[in-house]
Design a binder for this molecule. Structure first.
Ligand code: ZN
Length: 318
């Protein structure tokens, strides 16, 4: 049985085929900026899926499934995109049904954070009972797995999650979500670029610093706030493993190294249970793999944070 994963992120939209072992067989990349209307997006996804299936001689109708991950929040029924900064034209459109109607295949809608989290979680062996994935890219994403179920963190959410607020002081930077001091204001790709380019708070206070020094200072500051976020996540969810991934970590691995180092030093002074913080392993394919697996072989795992019936996962399993 094969599954299709679609990962529509801020930069790139990936459509890939994943086999029953969870391995990515083929993937297509298209710039997300290509799309400006829902029909156009659906037509693209359908066209690529049909081509991948034909080229690989895979059968999709015989028990196959499609997981569609989008950068944004979803309506409660996982039928449409509620809010998306990067794909605003999809907001309110019945996306799940539109793709299901075209491909006549079991289709599941999820967030890109959920898909990437599951992509990284499913790469671990053994899979931990309690797991958190923190993803730093253009924006910030976080996913949590408890007892092999993915928590739904986006329901009714209007701003970044409280435990990702890392600066509660009077000089905390305002965030695009409406709060202040979110991890995103310091550790996202654009925030780091602003600091390096001299328009951020660190560069201002370090005027005259050489670039290598400034780079070290930014790395240190990002690692500091990541360590705060990790401590908040540990307190909230008690994970045994936290993975750090996303474009920022891929491009700048020293941030992960510095964060792991700080976390280990903090942990050595603490009596709480050991939490392993490691770099994620699936890179930018995590989302497409996770989306396919959550729609297919791991379809049991989509749950809610609120203890509701598994509103889409269990009932939608093929
Ligand atoms: Zn925010």
């Amino acid at each position: 049985m094969i599954s299709i994963g679609v990962d529509a992120g801020g930069t790139s939209t990936r459509v890939g085929i994943v086999d029953s072992a969870g391995d990515l067989l083929h993937v297509d990349h298209t710039p997300t900026s290509t799309f400006s209307a829902p029909d156009q997006f659906v037509t693209h996804v359908v066209g690529v899926v049909n081509k991948l299936v034909e080229d690989g001689h895979h059968g999709l109708t015989d028990g196959g499934s499609i997981g569609v991950a989008v950068a944004g929040t979803l309506d409660r029924g996982r039928e449409s995109v509620h809010r998306s900064v990067n794909l605003p034209f999809l907001e309110g459109h019945p996306l799940r049904q539109a793709i299901a109607d075209e491909l006549h295949t079991h289709t599941v809608l999820m967030t890109d954070a959920e898909a990437a989290t599951w992509g990284e979680y499913s790469a671990l062996s053994p899979r931990p009972d309690r797991f958190v994935h923190l993803r730093l890219g253009t924006g910030l994403a976080c996913g949590v797995v408890i007892d092999h179920n993915l928590l739904r963190l986006d329901a009714d959410r209007t701003g970044h999650l409280e435990y990702l607020v890392v600066d509660r002081g009077p000089t905390a930077l305002p965030c695009s979500c409406g709060k202040s001091g979110c991890l995103e204001t310091i550790a996202s790709g654009p925030a780091i670029a602003r600091q390096i380019e001299g328009t951020g708070p660190i560069a201002k206070s370090e005027s005259g610093s050489t670039t290598p020094t400034l780079t070290r200072i930014v790395t240190e500051r990002v690692a500091n706030v990541l360590t705060i976020a990790i401590a908040n996540l540990v307190e909230q969810f008690h994970p045994s493993v936290i993975t750090l991934g996303g474009g920022v970590i891929e491009a700048w691995p020293q941030i992960a190294e510095a964060t792991v180092d700080k976390h280990q030093r903090n942990q050595a002074q603490s009596s709480v249970a050991v939490v392993e913080v490691i770099r994620a392993t699936r890179g930018d394919q995590a989302g497409v793999i996770g989306a396919a697996r959550l729609a297919g072989v791991d379809c049991h795992a989509l749950a809610t944070t609120r203890g509701d019936a598994r509103e889409s996962g269990a009932s939608a399993c093929v």
